[in-house]
Design a protein around this ligand. Structure first.
Ligand code: ATP
Length: 341
């Protein structure tokens, strides 16, 4: 059965000055898939190892199903981990690799074989039971590693960049497989990735970590619509930042007074808006701007607009044809402007 996972003020220090994790607190609901996302070295793998029991946190608590597991050895945590490399035993067949964990737990040979076959079927590898791991492609090996993780019916499924070594097409296939397994099995899953797109596709919620600290924990769309800070917005590709001064529901900016969708405390602020939300029309919050660059991307065209010393990016459908040097009227709808902290 899947379980609720809680991390409370988890800290980890390897010995250096900077902690690898600092006061990480988050809860993963039973059956939820959460992505731990962040740049290389931010502490994602450390967090996963703390959950798996491969590292003991310097401080803080980890609870599974409401009970603390700090001090419980990895093999008794009912957590299965899949790493970037499949780490299969080369001298065992695919079926033996998958059934190995069950055999170690004392499951009878026939029963272990039957369950290994079932797990291989779930990852669409049922025809490969008798093969040796070296007779499989990288993607197939990773499917076997997934089957090996699933066969013990773990309460937690922990995936550490499992598809980053695969090529783009295969990665997409594997993501679909993880989503299907997740729907069918309802495992509480933590997925580590540095790939923002992968996190958005897979996760119900994303925990974004920089330098061992949690920056934001929310549903994927919130990282685009309501980023917590400028750094979070940047990580998710935001490029439009407008400095201003808030006053009575508006912001005084170099583009003019912009009406805000939500009240902001008076004083200096930074606004952001997604390129897709910029409109080419008059009305509230509109201004004249000059097109200074255009990049055709197939389904969209990215334009850079310059006005009053501020550059703004607009993503428009390809049927809108603007040329570099054109003067346009652009509008930033109040409901799409987001005030950053
Ligand atoms: P990546 O995406 O590159 O795998 P990550 O986000 O998973 O990175 P971690 O592997 O958790 O990051 O590392 C977090 C920090 O702890 C980094 O600064 C790293 O150098 C350091 N670190 C990791 N493992 C050890 C170790 N065994 N000994 C000392 N420092 C370590």
């Amino acid at each position: 059965m899947s379980a609720r996972l809680e991390l409370e003020n988890v800290c980890h220090r390897y010995g250096g000055d900077e902690p690898a994790l600092e006061n990480l607190s988050l809860a993963v609901e039973p059956g939820e898939l959460v992505a731990l996302l962040g740049p290389s070295g931010c502490g994602k793998t450390t967090a996963l190892k703390v959950v798996a029991g491969l590292l003991r946190p310097t401080a803080g608590d980890v609870r599974v199903g409401g009970l603390s597991v700090v001090g419980t050895p990895p093999e008794r945590r009912e957590a299965a981990m899949v790493f970037q490399k499949p780490l299969l035993f080369p001298h065992m067949s695919v079926a033996q690799n998958v059934g190995f964990g069950l055999r170690m737990r004392g499951t009878r040979k026939e029963e272990a074989g039957r369950r290994a076959e079932e797990a291989l079927r779930r990852v669409q590898m049922d025809g490969f039971a008798g093969r040796s791991p070296e007779e499989l492609s990288g993607g197939q090996q990773q499917r076997v590693a997934l089957a090996r993780a699933l066969v013990t019916e773990p309460r937690l499924l922990l995936l550490d960049e499992p598809f980053s070594a695969l090529d783009a097409n295969l990665r997409e296939e594997m993501r679909e497989l993880v989503l299907r397994l997740q729907r069918e099995g309802g495992h509480t899953t933590v997925f580590v990735t540095h790939d923002q797109e992968e996190a958005v596709i897979l996760a119900g919620r994303i925990a974004l970590i920089f330098d061992g600290r949690l920056q934001m924990y929310d549903r994927p769309e919130a990282f685009y619509d309501r980023p917590a800070t400028r750094e979070v917005a940047r990580f998710f590709g935001a490029t439009n930042f407008i400095e201003g001064l808030a006053k009575n529901g508006s912001a005084h900016t170099p583009l003019g007074d912009l009406k805000l969708g939500r009240p902001a405390p008076p004083g200096a602020l930074t606004l952001t808006i997604r390129p897709e939300a910029v409109r080419l029309e008059g009305g509230e919050n509109s201004f004249r701007a000059r097109v200074i660059s255009a990049s055709y991307l197939g389904t969209q065209v990215h334009y850079e607009l310059q006005t009053a010393g501020t550059a703004l990016r607009a993503a428009l459908p390809p049927h809108v044809r603007l040329a570099v040097g054109d003067e346009v009227t652009a509008r930033l709808p109040a409901e799409s402007l987001w005030v950053l902290k």
